[in-house]
Ligand binder design. Structure first.
Ligand SMILES: *[C@@H]1O[C@H](CO)[C@@H](O)[C@H](O)[C@H]1NC(C)=O
Ligand SMILES: *[C@@H]1O[C@H](CO)[C@@H](O)[C@H](O)[C@H]1NC(C)=O
Ligand SMILES: *[C@@H]1O[C@H](CO)[C@@H](O)[C@H](O)[C@H]1NC(C)=O
Ligand SMILES: *[C@@H]1O[C@H](CO)[C@@H](O)[C@H](O)[C@H]1NC(C)=O
Ligand SMILES: CC(=O)N[C@H]1CO[C@H](CO)[C@@H](O)[C@@H]1O
Length: 562
């Protein structure tokens, strides 16, 4: 917008304000919908689009029964109109009061000729407030009914996020229980891609609904990969039960897609991703364009993510350490800007660390690398690179015999529960045990090796067997995993027999069985740790992050109550 037209609009807005303030309406005039101070940010967020949403309409994800973001954030409601320059009036009516609030805004020129866009920013609304909304334009009235204010979470990623409630273990119990949570509302975007960023979803897979056997279980009944996401549901349900607040879940995910497809060109540029591979929904930025960009103006509380499998096999798997954190940064910047500052530019972002995919330790599919890179190579989150980011470990919850394939574990109950504990701790400031113990120090004396954990007072040992040491001679090909056992455990230290390795051998690694007694995939050979870093016969201290890479942490203190 040029300086002169900007000035004219500002004057016009002033006049409108006067008109409204001087009217004798009994309704409260809360706030002008157009906030000219943030105009430029908003403008920048509406970029070129191939769509022509010329009808007077809400953006597709504004529907009856939706959740809008509660106070202290202010929710945005937006849409399209052919009548640029036209004044719009929005009435927000409370379900429990005769009061209503009036808002005003003006349809602005959108990025495409003839396509106007409008946006209202509501007053902060208390938790649980229920309203109906009317937007009056020249061509009619748009309405939203049964809108409730709570926290809005976006759920994204690939197939393990797409994986539905009706595919999970305990599906029957979940579906039978669903109707008990009318203040959790669910919405799923359709699977669509686009070469250019879109301002509106192309289609909706599941309209905003209250949870029920049908809405959570998908239609037609039993069809997998439909709706609704099991991890998204379990996460939202646990947060709802813990805090008692309405929760809106916005499901936008697509199986078999890499992080690059969900990343804007800005995010990819940060990691020098320049490949121009065009391959359906795996193409760079196409899901960002069609399934994230249209949502940016909506005020949200946070996002959760379960993805990485598609990047594990990539020849440049190691760039995930850059692309994943860069995508999180970029989403935060863009949601913040397009929501006119209502969505935090550091909104909480939670993810599930990849589970094990094969019981054969020689088969790793690059999963250990991705697990490591999911933490920006720190081994834990939050960390200096990934702030306000939290995760759930899933390494010990594999689904080797899952009927949907070994990379799709069916136990989504535990994963969703762990992620919600982590979310309650990091996104809501509750004190929850949500981290496994992180090894801080390794010491060797004689034939014992001590591992001391830094972030816990006591380590609970559930099984004294199941430990293995990776013994290696000088040649790197000459390595063998040999069983060993605990000899003692002290408050936050465990002590293991070391002498299963020969005196001439180095100890390169240590592994622990999962709670089902299954040796999970992943030797230390797969990790980004060279032999030199792990000559622990010679070195008493190894860094925290290096040891976390050994994936010791999930096993000794399970956060799951058995
Ligand atoms: C859920 O819906 C399916 C399909 O309509 C039906 O077979 C099943 O009995 C329903 N379950 C409950 C608890 O209503
Ligand atoms: C978007 O997805 C829906 C649902 O799968 C499909 O019907 C529609 O054709 C898609 N639109 C485009 C433009 O791809
Ligand atoms: C990207 O390329 C530039 C220029 O070659 C280089 O300075 C920068 O370190 C690279 N960044 C990454 C993340 O590889
Ligand atoms: C292991 O830790 C225990 C408890 O702190 C200590 O008594 C023991 O000497 C340690 N052993 C080694 C080999 O460091
Ligand atoms: C983290 C760390 O100490 N890395 C070192 C591992 O060993 C290689 C080879 O000696 C070093 O180059 C790394 O700096």
């Amino acid at each position: 917008m040029g300086a002169s037209s900007r000035l004219i609009l500002t004057v016009l807005a002033g006049l409108l304000m006067l008109v409204v303030n001087n009217s004798a309406s009994p309704q409260n005039v809360i706030r002008m919908g157009v906030d000219f101070e943030n105009e430029r940010d908003f403008e920048n967020s509406w970029v070129q689009t191939s769509q022509k949403p010329v009808a007077f309409a809400f953006a597709k994800h504004f529907q009856d029964e939706m959740v809008l973001q509660r106070a202290p954030q202010r929710a945005n409601i937006y849409g399209f109109s052919p009548n640029i320059g036209r004044r719009l009036k929005m009435t927000v009516s409370y379900s429990d009061s005769i009061q209503s609030d009036i808002y005003e805004t003006i349809v602005k020129q959108g990025p495409k000729p003839g396509v106007g866009v409008w946006l209202f920013t509501l007053n902060p609304m208390a938790t649980g407030t229920t309203v109906s909304v009317q937007v009056e334009g020249e061509n009619g009235v748009l309405t939203l009914s049964d809108v409730i204010f709570g926290d809005v979470w976006v759920c994204s990623g690939q197939s393990n996020m797409e994986f539905t409630v009706n595919m999970m273990l305990r599906a029957k119990e979940e579906l039978e229980d669903a109707h008990n949570y009318p203040n959790i509302r669910i919405f799923a975007a359709a699977l669509n891609s686009s070469k250019t960023p879109l301002d509106d979803l192309l289609a909706v897979m599941e309209p905003w609904s209250k949870p029920s056997n049908a809405s959570l279980g998908g239609k037609p009944w039993g069809q997998p990969w439909n709706f609704f996401s099991a991890v998204c549901w379990m996460y939202g349900k646990n947060i709802h039960k813990a805090l008692g607040i309405p929760i809106g879940l916005v499901d936008t995910n697509w199986g078999g897609t890499p992080v690059e497809a969900w990343s804007s060109p800005d995010a990819l540029a940060k990691c020098n991703v320049t490949s121009k591979v065009v391959n359906g929904p795996q193409t760079n930025s196409v899901l960002w364009n069609a399934m994230v960009h249209p949502l940016l103006g909506m005020t949200i509380y946070g996002a959760i993510w379960y993805q990485g499998e598609q990047d594990a096999n990539h020849p440049q798997v190691d760039r995930y350490a850059c692309t994943f954190p860069a995508m999180i940064d970029d989403w935060r910047v863009k949601f913040h800007s397009a929501s006119k500052g209502e969505t935090s530019d550091m909104f909480p972002f939670g993810f599930v660390q990849l589970s094990a995919s094969s019981p054969d330790p020689s088969i790793s599919f690059g999963f250990p690398n991705i697990r490591w890179h999911q933490t920006a190579d720190y081994g834990y989150v939050p960390n200096a690179r990934m702030q306000n980011v939290f995760m759930a470990v899933a390494m010990d919850l594999p689904g080797f015999s899952s009927k949907f394939g070994g990379i799709h574990p069916q136990d989504k109950t535990d994963v969703g529960y762990r992620l919600s504990l982590s979310g309650l701790n990091y996104a809501y400031g509750k004190k929850e045990v949500c981290q496994g113990p992180l090894p801080e120090k390794i010491s060797i004396i004689g034939d014992h090796i001590n591992i001391t954990y830094g972030n816990v007072q006591t380590v609970e040992v559930r099984d004294w067997s199941g430990f293995e040491l990776l013994c290696a001679a000088s040649s790197s090909s000459d390595r063998v995993w040999l069983p060993t056992s605990l000899v003692a455990n002290y408050a936050n230290t465990i002590s293991l027999f070391l002498n299963v390795c020969l005196k001439s051998q180095k100890v390169l690694g240590l592994s622990l069985s999962n709670r089902a007694g299954v040796k999970v995939e992943g030797g230390f050979e797969n990790m980004l740790i060279s032999e030199a870093n792990l000559t622990i016969y010679d070195t008493f201290m190894v860094t925290n992050s290096m040891l976390s890479a050994l994936e010791l942490s999930p096993y000794l203190l399970s956060i799951h109550p058995i």
